[in-house]
Design a protein around this ligand. Structure first.
Ligand code: ADP
Ligand code: MG
Length: 601
């Protein structure tokens, strides 16, 4: 029996705006979800050139009849829903019946598919929606679909693709979102003939280990504890990282009913449960699987379906927070900062959470010229020694220097006759111990960040009034977010007021912004605060400072004058830690004489 039918227009129109294939990753997602919907137990993904030239998905699922294979590529052709009500009770991944139609419109597609009850399969070739070939073929049960030369007929889209590295990362991110909820399905991911992931069928924990565990080290999942709670409203299962295993790039995943989702609000619930347990800028990893009655969520509010609206968000927030707290308490996870012991068997300790709170010392007077934790840049103070004059005496190596001493000794960091050479995104500086390369946009971000942050802590942002106040429409959750950080925004120079239920008016902006980028800058701040889930004033300030710094820093395309370059370096080297941006990116690299000598062997 053929099982695909066309959706009536009325239903089609109720479905949120088009499933657009923006990039290889969105295409991969659709193909793999189709394989899962077809009940596959083994799925192979084969990619070439980050999906630009080939995206192939081979499954051992149900396969399609000859008619279905042809129908599958029509818009709103789906075997998965037939009436509007079905939209609210979704259990399958795809449902719009648009993916294949969209894909075949912008690529050269070749499918081979066979159902188990059919002797022969069907081969179908479609280029830019046009059927080129359809014939019977010999093939295994299941579907083998090749999407070649994505966007071959849409040059603009092709141009917007990022580097292969970025697109491959996007592909893998999308792939993780799926494979983490289907541990019982076997997956392989091959890129340019190299097997990047081989994931045997197993449990969720084994799947997490297979993806994120690094061979050789102690088990990754050993750093997690279980979370489990069952209520009428929701069942929550999963794993949360022990506080001491928290890191800067934590893996944080939410899934609902077998589907990946982003949920900033629930993220906050988790972060609240951890509060007081995390060191510095670190974040806990978590993999949380929610199960709710399908009719209590709306998966259809976002075109890429990663944002999901729950009926009882506040209740679930409470349930989640309590469950995480309980797990953290039950396993007696008194945090320790002894990272070398991570993964070892957790010994119960008898001190309370308070006494064991990680003690993070931030030394505002830290001076890079006196010591550096990074060996490669060690001995900084000697960098300019051949040129320095006698008043720039060598700093004593005593770590308990008085701040004023450090400041007065090292206010000027560059010799007067030094002109940095500009190459590409970098400034090159000859130094006594080697060649220093400075990424100048990052250097500028760092310098600006420190300025904005200082302004905020001192409460002294400089504002400029706009000639015409701007009204910015915001979504309800952005309004809530903006409301919570409004004091910080005002301090940094935004003159901002609620205008209506859904909009804010901006009549003044930080003096460093211009009115063209004011709105973007504000939205970027909201995005940054939301993404990091920052919840304390100080974290908000850091996010706001960083976001503004990124929006106002010189672009890498700008040509710096010698004077600007020198000023920038001078400001940079005056900072406590000039080597890394606030988000951990490298600002300068020192190629020592030894490094160079090694290259000339
Ligand atoms: P949707 O998944 O939203 O239904 P698609 O355009 O992704 O829409 O797919 C259209 C139809 O093609 C599906 O409903 C399904 O019946 C069929 N199909 C697509 N991929 C496969 C596959 N790998 N195996 C079996 N059937 C498939
Ligand atoms: Mg689909």
């Amino acid at each position: 029996m053929d099982i695909i039918h066309l959706l009536p227009d009325s239903v089609a129109n109720q479905i949120a705006a088009g499933e657009v294939i923006q990039r290889p990753a969105s295409c991969l997602k659709e193909l793999v979800e189709n394989s899962l919907d077809a009940g596959a137990s083994r799925i192979q993904v084969i990619v070439r050139d980050a999906g630009r030239t080939l995206l192939q998905v081979i499954d051992d699922g149900s396969g399609m009849s000859e008619t279905d294979a042809r129908m599958a590529f029509e818009r709103h052709a789906t075997s998965k829903i037939s009436k509007a009500q079905d939209l609210f009770a979704l259990r399958t991944m795809g449902f719009r019946g648009e993916a294949l139609a969209s894909i075949c419109a912008v690529a050269q597609v070749e499918v081979m598919t066979r159902r188990k009850e059919d002797e022969v399969g069907t081969l179908l070739e479609i280029h830019g929606s046009e059927v080129i070939r359809q014939e019977p073929c010999q093939c295994p049960v299941g579907t083998n679909i090749k999407v070649k030369n994505l966007f071959f007929n849409v040059p603009v889209r092709r141009k917007f693709l990022k580097t292969d590295q970025t697109e491959l990362r996007n592909l893998l991110t999308e792939f993780y979102h799926i494979v983490l909820v289907y541990p019982k399905v076997q997956f392989t991911f091959v890129h340019n003939d190299e097997v990047l992931l081989e994931l045997p069928a197993g449990t969720e924990k084994q799947r997490i280990e297979a993806i994120f565990g690094k061979s050789g080290s102690k088990t990754y999942t050993g750093q997690f504890v279980d979370v489990a709670t069952d209520t009428e409203l929701v069942s929550i299962r999963g794993f949360i990282g022990k506080p001491e295993a928290a890191s800067k790039n934590a893996q944080q995943y939410f899934f609902v009913n077998g589907r990946y989702m982003r949920h900033p609000y629930f993220h906050k619930a988790i972060m609240t449960a951890y509060s007081g347990m995390l060191a510095g800028e670190t974040n806990p990893s978590y993999f949380i699987y929610f199960d709710v009655a399908p009719e209590t969520i709306d998966v259809n509010i976002h075109p890429t379906k990663t944002e999901i609206k729950f009926q009882d968000e506040q209740m679930i927030f409470q349930i989640l927070m309590a469950a995480v707290r309980e797990s953290l308490g039950k396993f007696n996870l008194t945090p320790s900062l002894d990272f070398n012991r991570e993964g070892e068997v957790e010994m119960p300790t008898d001190h309370g959470a308070n006494t064991a709170k990680p003690h993070v010392v931030f030394d505002p007077n830290y001076n890079p010229f006196t010591h550096s934790p990074k060996p490669s840049v060690q001995g900084w103070e000697k960098l300019y020694s051949p040129r320095t004059t006698s008043h720039e005496q060598q700093p004593p190596t005593n770590d308990t220097l008085s701040p004023s001493f450090q400041l007065s000794t090292f206010t000027s960091h560059l010799p007067a006759d030094l002109t940095p050479y500009k190459y590409n995104k970098y400034l090159l500086l000859p130094t006594a111990s080697g060649l220093m390369l400075v990424h100048y946009r990052r250097a500028h971000i760092k310098v600006l960040y420190e300025q904005y942050y200082k302004q905020m802590t001192l409460g002294k942002g400089v504002s400029q009034q706009l000639l015409f106040p701007e009204v910015i429409d915001l979504s309800p959750d952005d309004i809530v977010l903006l409301d919570s950080i409004i004091d910080e925004l005002r301090i940094v120079g935004f003159d901002i007021d609620q205008f209506s239920k859904t909009a804010y008016s901006v009549s003044g902006i930080p003096a460093t912004l211009n009115d063209q980028n004011a709105q973007t800058a504000l939205l970027n701040i909201l995005l940054a605060v939301r993404e990091t889930g920052a919840s304390a004033t100080d974290n908000w300030r850091k996010q706001i400072a960083l976001s503004l710094a990124k929006d106002t820093a010189i672009p890498v395309s700008k040509n710096l004058t010698d004077e600007e370059a020198k000023q920038l370096l001078d400001q940079l080297f005056a900072l406590p830690d000039y080597r890394l941006t606030p988000d951990g990116k490298t600002i300068c690299v020192l190629l020592s004489d030894d490094d160079l000598a090694r290259k000339f062997t």
